[in-house]
Write a protein that binds this ligand. Structure first.
Ligand code: SF4
Length: 234
């Protein structure tokens, strides 16, 4: 825990999100690119996911009926409805609960912001859900980090204790839930790793992780690697 109490050189003026943490842990150079305003290549899956998220939100809020949703987006919605009914959850009290700059949460000297997909609240306790449209090999521990982070932030902002949290995979209809016993160890361990990454020299070399990196077409390290290969061939 001691590591996360250190203020890093970047922390004082900066707002952090789970995306930024995961990016910095994957590659500090990707984080630097993101921080300087560079955005990576968007995949078709990401675009599809955004549309599905918006339909789930609008149907959950009662702004849209299931039958008004285009057919290609209905299966994820059907899976979501099945998840709700099998877990005896009706309307969430919060759909897309946003923690922004005005109510950001301080954790270990860093200010965190984020968008939580949905929370059901009964009395002083709640169930927090993150829905995903696809599963593309992301570490399961990353989900745990995200869920612990959001549960912690939600409690800090609202005073409501998240007693269960989980992920629903909308394309397959599979979900995975856990009882939250106030254990935020994964969140803290990720933030400790972040402190160590931010405190390191930050030298980065080309590696296998570059192959599916969204920045590979704009990153100078990846481009230089491609150039070196080409110049050997030609
Ligand atoms: S292409 Fe490689 S070095 Fe460049 S940002 Fe991505 S992971 Fe980092």
């Amino acid at each position: 825990m001691s590591g996360i109490n250190k203020l890093s050189q970047f922390s004082s003026m900066e707002y952090w999100s789970k995306t930024k943490v995961l990016l910095a842990l994957r590659c500090i150079h990707a984080y630097r690119l993101y921080r300087s305003g560079v955005r990576g290549r968007k995949s078709v899956g990401m675009e599809y996911g955004k549309v599905v998220h918006s339909y789930v939100e609008r149907v959950s809020k009662g702004e849209l009926c299931y039958k008004d949703v285009p057919i290609r987006y209905r299966k994820p919605l059907f899976n979501y409805a099945k998840f709700l009914s099998e877990n005896e959850l009706s309307f969430p009290n919060f759909v897309e609960y946003e923690i922004g700059r005005d109510n950001s949460v301080d954790i270990g000297g860093r200010s965190f912001i984020g968008k939580i997909d949905a929370v059901w609240v009964r009395g002083s306790s709640g169930v927090l859900v993150d829905y995903k449209t696809g599963y593309r090999g992301k570490l399961l521990e990353d989900f745990e980090f995200e869920l612990q982070l959001y549960s912690y932030m939600f409690k800090e902002v609202t005073g409501i204790n998240i007693v269960r949290y989980g992920v629903v995979f909308l394309s397959s209809g599979v979900w995975d839930f856990k009882v939250n016993r106030g254990d935020y160890s994964v969140m803290y361990s990720y933030l400790e790793k972040l402190d160590s990454v931010m405190g390191s020299s930050g030298d980065v070399e080309y590696s296998d992780r570059c192959l599916d990196c969204v920045f590979r077409d704009v990153c100078n390290i990846s481009l230089r690697h491609r150039y070196d290969i080409l110049s050997k061939i030609i």
